[in-house]
Design a protein around this ligand. Sequence first.
Ligand code: AMP
Length: 381
Amino acid sequence: MIQTIGVIGGGQLGRMFALDAKRMGYYVITLDPQEHSPCGQVSDVQIVAAYDNMAAIDDLGRRTDIVTYEFENIAIESVQRLENDGYAVTPASTVLRITQDRLLEKTFVRDCGIPTADFAAVGSQDDVTRAAREIGFPAILKTVRGGYDGKGQWRVESLDDAMRALGEAKGARLIWERFVPFACEISVVCTRNAAGQVVSYPPSENEHDHGILFMSMVPARIGPDVAQRATEYAERIARALEIVGTFCVEFFVRGDGEVLVNEIAPRPHNSGHYTMDATPCSQYEQHVRAICGLPLSPPQLFRSAIMVNILGEGTGNVLAGTERLLADPSIVLHMYGKKHAVNRRKMGHFTMLFEGPVTQAQIDRAKAAHALLHWTEPAPA
Ligand code: AMP
C-alpha cells in the first residue's frame, strides 16, 4: 500500500503533481538542491540535496514507498541506484536512458515504425559534411543530451553555419535534424499504469516562442485522422517503452497530414497543464494513479482551453495586472511560487476556458489577457 511518494526535482511540474497527490491523501517528500523549491513548498518534507547526491537519493528511497521524477535531466545513476537497492522508482531507468538522448530516442521511435525528421549523429567536421550532403538544409543541430526549451540548438542554412555550430557546441555530441516545414505542432499527453492500461488526453496545439512553449490550444485545429494517428503513435510508444506514469509526445504536423515525432518527455508536460482545469482528472492526478497502481481515469474534455505561459522578463519579481486578468471569470491562474522572475523563466500560467472550437477570436482574447500582465518591482514600503 503506497502512502509516501518521493519526487526528484522541485520545479512546477513536481509542484502540480504534489498538490494532486496531497489532495488524494499521500505524504510527499521532494528532493531538490534549491531550498523552498516550488514543489518543496507544497510537500510535507524537502530533502535539500543535488539530484546525484547518492546518500540523499538513498534517504529518499528509504523514506518513501515509490519515487518518481519531474525533470528528465537528472543523473540516470540516481534512478539506477534506487532500482539496484530494491526501491520502487518510475519511470524506469530504461525509459530515462532513451529519452535523455535524442539519438537513442529518435532511433527508438523509428524502430516503433513511427516517422521522425531525417537525422544523423554529428561529432566531427567529416560528419557535418556528410550530413549536409545526405540530409541537407535547412537543418537544426541539437545537443544530443541536456537541451530543453530550445537551449543547445542551432538552425543552420549552410555548411558554414553548421561548422560554426559545431565549434560553438565545444565537443558536445550533436544530432543533425532536417528542418520540418510543419503546419503546426501538437502534443499528446498519455498515461500508462503497470497493469498496461493506457489513456490519452486530446492533442493540444502548441505555439512556441524562441523554443519555449507560449500557448497550448485544445482541441487542436487538426482533422480527426491526424488526432487519431498522433494518439495511436503516443500509445504505441507507451507500450513499447513499458512506461509507468504520465508522459508526453511532441509532434510536427505537416501540411499533408503526416505526423512526425519530435520528442518524448517522460513526465507530465507543460502542454498538458490545461488538463487541470478542462478535464476531471489532470495529467498530474493521472500520474499519481499510475504510479500508485490505481485505475486510470478516461480523459474527457469538459471545456475548450487555451493555456498561456507566464514567463519572467527580468524587469521585476512581482506580477502586476492579475486584478484585470481575473476579472474574466473564464480564466484560471496558476503561479509556481518562484521568487525571481528572471528572463524567460516559467513563473506561472493561466488557462482560459470556453465553449466551442478554438477560433482566432479566442486566441486574440487569450493574447489580450496575457498582455494585461507585466513584471514590476515591489512597491516601496
Ligand atoms: P525541441 O527542443 O526539440 O522540442 O525543439 C524546440 C522547438 O524548436 C520545437 O518545438 C520546434 O518549434 C523547433 N524545432 C525543433 N526541431 C525542429 C525540426 N527538426 N524542424 C522544425 N522545427 C524544429
